[in-house]
Write a protein that binds this ligand. Structure first.
Ligand SMILES: O=C(O)CCC(=O)C(=O)O
Ligand SMILES: [Fe+2]
Length: 328
């Protein structure tokens, strides 16, 4: 697909204060479906798991990329295609919400067209270094959160020639967080999104292609809504800094608390969550509107990231034998 589809029906779910575009959909699945998916993920045999970074575990379904960024396909498991039929549901949801035509869909041209699912499991204190998912995938991914909330941080690059650049960190361009990429990123994220269990977060376009995302290694999070002046901030002399967001024509800015993310570990200094108004949880939304904010310990969270590798290895000398792609 040459152009990325637009999502007119998701306007109300568009996360404000962020470059285009992130969409937050609360309660995409039921608690029963969440429990079933968590059980199936947990039951996955040991060899399917890979441990990376600080102990985070992950699984790939649908195949992995070759060195040339071509997906070597493998069948999807029943728990992602049959019960719950979560892959079809996310594709249908994105098709309906987008400007993709019925004819396109009948011809198999979906807005996303999921062909790979990445499962990450995070224990409290675990995260994922800021990274890009990269050009091998369509710049449209959907992530389902299970088991616990987390806070997703969105980061931007800074030019090394910027006069007095802000504190910088080195980006890891490897989604498994094991290789340093070398490009300078701003030390303070440009925004945060609170991901509650059962929500679907859609990351697309500029936000996918020109920014990074990551999860800080914390045991608990304290979050506030945009515009709330917290005690921590007031105590620090009201140091609320407006981090200019490089949002192209939109020219947005996000209130950002100085150093809110600089200290990891168990710290729970407040982060401003851009999707505070989209959570569909009045109790959490009212806590976010208070100076004390909403504080919650992280539990074990599993996320499923649904994406489309643009290039897929076709038949030829290979075929599906015994459930795996093998030389025929
Ligand atoms: O767990 C998440 O929400 C993000 C996972 C992610 O960014 C990745 O694995 O590429
Ligand atoms: Fe990612």
């Amino acid at each position: 697909m040459a152009d990325l589809p637009r999502f007119p029906l998701l306007d109300k779910q568009r996360v404000p204060h962020l470059p285009p575009a992130g969409y937050y959909v609360a309660d995409f699945i039921t608690e029963e479906e969440e429990a079933l998916l968590l059980r199936k993920i947990d039951e996955t045999p040991q060899p399917k798991w890979k441990t990376v970074g600080t102990g985070r575990r992950l699984q790939y379904w649908g195949g992995t990329l070759s060195k040339k960024n071509v997906l070597v396909p493998e069948p999807m498991p029943d728990f992602l295609t049959a019960f719950p039929e979560i892959i079809q549901r996310i594709d249908a949801f994105l098709d309906i919400a987008s400007d993709v035509t019925d004819k396109d869909v009948q011809e198999g041209k979906h807005a996303l067209g999921i062909n790979q699912v990445l499962v990450n499991e995070y224990k409290p204190g675990q995260g994922i270094a800021p990274h890009e998912d990269g050009p091998a995938f369509r710049p449209l991914v959907a992530t389902l959160s299970l088991g616990s909330h987390t806070v997703l941080d969105l980061h931007h690059y800074v030019s090394p020639t910027t006069p007095s650049p802000p504190m910088v960190a080195t980006a890891s361009l490897d989604p498994e967080g094991e290789e340093g990429g070398g490009k300078a990123i701003a030390a303070v994220p440009l925004g945060h999104v609170l991901l509650l269990p059962r929500s679907l977060f859609v990351l697309s376009g500029n936000l996918y292609q020109s920014h990074l995302h990551g999860i800080a290694e914390r045991d608990k999070d304290t979050c506030v809504a945009p515009g709330v002046v917290t005690e921590a901030v007031a105590g620090a002399g009201g140091e609320v800094k407006a981090a200019e967001v490089d949002a192209g024509a939109e020219g947005l800015s996000v209130a950002e608390i100085t150093d809110a993310d600089a200290d990891g570990g168990g710290s729970a200094r407040p982060v401003v969550v851009a999707n505070a108004a989209l959570l569909a949880r009045p109790d959490i939304e009212s806590a976010l509107a208070n100076a004390e904010g909403w504080t919650r310990e992280r539990g074990t969270r599993a996320s499923l990231t649904f994406r489309r590798a643009e290039r897929v290895l076709k038949g030829g000398a290979f075929s599906m034998i015994g459930g795996r792609m093998q030389r025929a």
